[in-house]
Design a binder for this molecule. Structure first.
Ligand SMILES: [Zn+2]
Length: 303
């Protein structure tokens, strides 16, 4: 199948870019249109035909413009059935999405289950319909968990693999930004533990990829310091979210409301105390550790 050839070529190309070398063909095999097998999933993409996709409606989705894709957007399922696995997962999502006759069918590009299975939905063939406001420049990946469920190690390993794999598969020379649905649309998706993954490990992964691909001017840089006025208790500023992501990445999240520390635009007393803990860890005292980030705190937290 041409799908298999393309995938293997892309995987090799990605490994070349990453300087990792070669890998056995078994690790890159794509499931063919055979009968469903419940064998332990390795990192492979289970094709639409393999999971029994019923076909598009409403004329089918528009083709994906690979050159335009800059973002890898993470979603959760959020509803009942999170934690299910096997081909019934993409089948039931497809049925739900087709309930709207204007939808061509399953809106995501990929679905990942808690077992680590990766199901091709729109894949790299068709444009995402999952992230209102960002579908022109993103692929949408759903981790099949309910809102507060913790993603399994297998699911996260598959998510990381798919992120890396997507660069080769779409011929990307710059790292894809990892964002959550809520970074583009007013939604709670993907809050909870998965949202924290996006803000923490997800950003680290992006920086790793940016470093590997390097040379194209797409490497990570510390964003410009927004000025002290961005950080006032009880006030919102977009830079606070960036600050929070730095705190999460560096592990300074001890102060929170009991539901874990989450990145957001509101500067709270929790934010201030976490920043203060980071400043004290730099050996700073007194006014240098007041919990309000100055340019040096900003630089150290975000580099
Ligand atoms: Zn979502």
């Amino acid at each position: 199948m041409s799908t298999t050839e393309n995938t293997q070529l892309s995987r090799r190309r990605l490994l070349q870019i990453a300087g990792i070398g070669t890998v056995g063909a078994a690790a890159t095999a794509v499931a063919g249109p055979a009968v469903w097998s419940s064998a332990a999933p390795s990192h492979k993409i289970i094709s639409r035909s393999a999971w029994g996709f019923a076909g598009w409606q409403a004329g089918g989705p528009p083709r994906l413009n690979k050159a335009a894709i800059t973002h890898f957007v993470v979603h959760y399922h959020g509803a009942t059935g999170g934690g299910d696995s096997g081909p019934q997962v993409p089948r039931s999502i497809d049925r739900d999405h087709k309930a709207d006759p204007k939808n061509a069918g399953i809106l995501y590009n990929f679905i990942i289950t808690q077992k680590g299975e990766i199901f091709q939905a729109r894949g790299y063939d068709y444009k995402s319909g999952a992230t209102y406001g960002a579908n022109d420049f993103s692929i949408g990946v759903q981790l099949h968990i309910s809102g507060n469920q913790k993603p399994s190690a297998a699911a996260l390993a598959s998510l990381e693999w798919l992120y890396r794999h997507s660069h080769g598969a779409m011929g990307k020379k710059k790292a894809l930004k990892i964002t959550g649905h809520q970074d583009h649309t007013a939604t709670a998706c993907p809050g909870g533990p998965l949202g924290r993954w996006v803000d923490g490990r997800g950003q680290e992964l992006y920086r790793e990829m940016a470093k590997k691909l390097g040379g194209g001017g797409g490497g990570p840089t510390v964003p410009a310091y927004p000025g002290r006025s961005a950080f006032k208790i009880g006030k919102k500023h977009p830079a606070v979210k960036t600050l929070d992501q730095g705190l999460i990445r560096k592990g300074y999240t001890k102060y929170n409301d009991g539901d874990g520390y989450q990145a957001g635009t509101l500067f709270t007393e929790y934010t201030r105390r976490n920043v203060q803990a980071f400043q004290k860890a730099q050996g700073w005292r007194g006014k240098d550790a007041d919990g309000y980030p100055g340019p040096e705190t900003w630089k150290r937290l975000l580099s």
